[in-house]
Design a protein around this ligand. Structure first.
Ligand code: GDP
Length: 313
């Protein structure tokens, strides 16, 4: 297996202020490379010409594409145009411009929602495009599928080493804890924390509480991304999972245990459940020698600590 060293290389982390980007920048400190970052205000990655100029000026050797418009189930289904436009533009610009500017390797980040709603579980990489998508996030999923196909197409036609990783549901310090726009885990931390503070006896869970999700701690993902950048050179996308799968109700109970909430849960069935299950098969990355380390309880504790720290700022 051809392995590359990141030492002394210029590495552009696109999306360095996001959940993944922040963790990735921290993880890259160990690699003794030069990390390049740029704020959204200085460079809008949806702008082709500005992105081209920035890449010409800064000349990164490698790029991690962690920039994306992301959000939970409600946010995703409420802003379909923003989700498809922003994510398609970022993928199109960065992947084509990496080819034009001779970037040596690109790692594009997708998501497990690219797979069909009723894919056979655990979901293998080759389930892609074998069935219809979950409607609540199909706009985001279509953009992510286009991104991974772009990587593959440039690999086939121009021999570019552009790879893509599909992580399962992510969480961790620095997540978006806003209930309306965020994902379930940070959303429930926020709701349950506030219920304890306000002495409330019940917390509402959206949907039935029955769907299952697999949760990967973001620092584990950052480690996997560095591992793949160094070692993975195939233009077939690769899953990154944790095998930490739990129902939404059991997730809520675990968070309640960490925070000390003793009340009960009710269900708002007017909110969507989304896909019933998306447990990905991580055999491929495991067989290359990478495994996630953080169990769900420890990950939730670390995430809750960061939530409290942020609140007290
Ligand atoms: P998904 O994995 O793309 O479906 O996105 P989410 O993380 O937003 O939602 C996962 C599941 O958790 C869905 O079934 C939601 O209906 C459910 N859920 C329950 N309570 C909440 C909540 O407070 N916030 C969010 N975002 N989802 C919730």
């Amino acid at each position: 297996m051809k392995q590359i060293s990141l030492k002394n290389k210029k590495i552009f982390v696109a999306g360095h202020t996001g959940l993944v980007g922040k963790s990735l920048c921290k993880r890259l400190e160990k690699e003794k490379c030069k990390v390049l970052c740029v704020n959204k205000k200085s460079l809008d990655l949806r702008d082709f010409n500005k992105t081209d100029r920035w890449l010409k000026l800064n000349k990164p050797d490698y790029i991690f594409i962690a920039a994306a418009r992301v959000g939970g189930i409600l946010e995703n289904s409420s802003y379909p145009a923003d989700f498809i436009y922003d994510n398609l533009s970022i993928a199109l610009n960065l992947i084509h411009l990496s080819y034009k500017n001779n970037v040596k390797k690109v790692l594009y980040l997708g998501s497990s929602c690219i797979y069909p709603k009723f894919a056979k579980q655990p979901i293998k990489e080759d389930s892609l495009l074998t069935g219809s998508l979950e409607p609540t996030n199909e706009w985001y999923a279509i953009a992510k599928i286009a991104g991974l196909k772009l990587c593959k197409a440039y690999g086939i036609q121009y021999k570019n080493n552009f790879i893509s990783a599909m992580p399962t549901n992510l969480y961790g310090p620095g997540d978006n804890f806003d209930v309306k726009s965020g994902h379930v885990l940070p959303g429930l931390i926020n709701k349950i924390h506030n219920a304890v503070k306000q002495n409330k006896k019940k917390v509402t869970i959206w949907g039935t509480g029955e769907p299952k999700r697999e949760f990967l701690f973001v620092d584990d993902l950052a480690d996997a991304l560095v591992f793949l950048m160094k070692k993975y050179n195939k233009n077939e996308h690769i899953n990154v999972g944790s095998a930490n799968e739990v129902s939404i109700l059991n997730l809520a109970k675990t968070i309640a245990r960490v925070i000390g909430f003793k009340g009960r849960f009710t269900f708002d069935k007017s909110k969507p459940d989304g896909t019933p299950r998306k447990f990905i098969d991580s055999k491929k990355i495991n067989s290359l020698g990478w495994k996630s380390k953080t169990n769900l309880l420890d990950g939730i504790k670390l995430t809750y600590e960061s939530y409290l720290k942020n609140k007290s700022k």
